[in-house]
Design a protein around this ligand. Structure first.
Ligand SMILES: C[S@@+](CC[C@H](N)C(=O)[O-])C[C@H]1O[C@@H](n2cnc3c(N)ncnc32)[C@H](O)[C@@H]1O
Length: 246
């Protein structure tokens, strides 16, 4: 397997300065609403690829969250932010917790699935962990139909350090199922020194029909695309919802 981007290995502790939890309030409210509209009594929710726990920091007000991520460093960041949530190290393609949840949520981390086969293993993981009558909500950054090359920049000041980044997403080969997100970070270290790093993220890009077919093939029913509103920061504006039959 391709190693995780350096952001989630060498620079995980810098995550909150790249992407601050406050920025996720609007979208987390929308994911919460979609889950509760579909499963009104939803209480226990599993998030696959929960990263630094930014969505979780808002969604935990409505749900009891179990958070799975591959990166020990990102789990550590999330544990500090969300000490009341259960954290588990695991790969979203293969993790099996031996229990089910009212809902399974997968956010932008699914971008790291670069083949249809990998994507389908995540759908299978989601199905295995969804109780009968429960639902899965999957929210990719982009689908083939809406993808556009973009640049973005941002970052924050911490108490003793600061970070700024430039993010450039582009598609070297429009025929395959991947795009590149090249990130350059400028680190202001606590000792006053400044350095930059380049980090290449290889991300998957799949058409809507592939998402819907794959989620159905995993066993979900009433699979549909849901339009997302109210978050200009995100590249994508849609998610996919499926229900596990009672
Ligand atoms: C952009 S971050 C997620 C941020 C998250 N949405 C939040 O609210 O903080 C992407 C995460 O995907 C995780 N990831 C990548 N591949 C994974 C895999 N195969 N299984 C589990 N986590 C994975 C990375 O470790 C990283 O923490």
């Amino acid at each position: 397997m391709r190693p995780l981007p350096r952001l989630y290995r060498d620079f995980a502790e810098w995550w909150p300065l790249l992407s601050a939890p406050e920025e996720y309030a609007d979208e987390a409210a929308e994911y919460t609403r979609l889950i509760l509209e579909t499963v009104p009594d939803a209480r226990e929710v599993l998030e696959l690829g929960s990263g630094g726990g930014n969505n979780a920091s808002h969604m935990k007000a409505s749900f009891e969250l179990t958070l799975v991520d591959l990166s020990p460093g990102m789990l550590e960041v999330s544990r500090r932010l969300n000490p009341e949530c259960e954290h588990v190290q695991g790969d979203m393609r293969s993790v099996r917790l031996g229990r089910t949840f009212d809902a399974v949520f997968v956010h932008d981390a699914i971008a790291y699935m670069t083949t249809e086969e990998d994507l389908r293993t995540v759908f299978a993981t989601a199905f295995e962990h969804t109780r009968p009558g429960g639902a899965a909500l999957l929210v990719p950054d982009a689908v083939t139909e809406t993808f556009e090359p973009t640049t973005d920049h941002g970052g924050h000041d911490g108490e003793d350090r600061a970070l700024r980044y430039l993010e450039w997403t582009w598609d070297p080969d429009p025929v395959d199922t991947t795009v590149r997100m090249d990130l350059t970070y400028v680190f202001h270290e606590p000792d006053g020194s400044v350095h930059t790093e380049l980090d290449e993220h290889l991300c998957g890009l799949f058409p809507r029909a592939g998402w819907i077919r794959g989620i159905e093939d995993a066993g979900f029913e009433r699979v549909r695309m849901v339009a997302l509103t109210g978050d200009e920061r995100r590249i994508g504006s849609e998610g996919f919802l499926g229900v596990r039959a009672d």
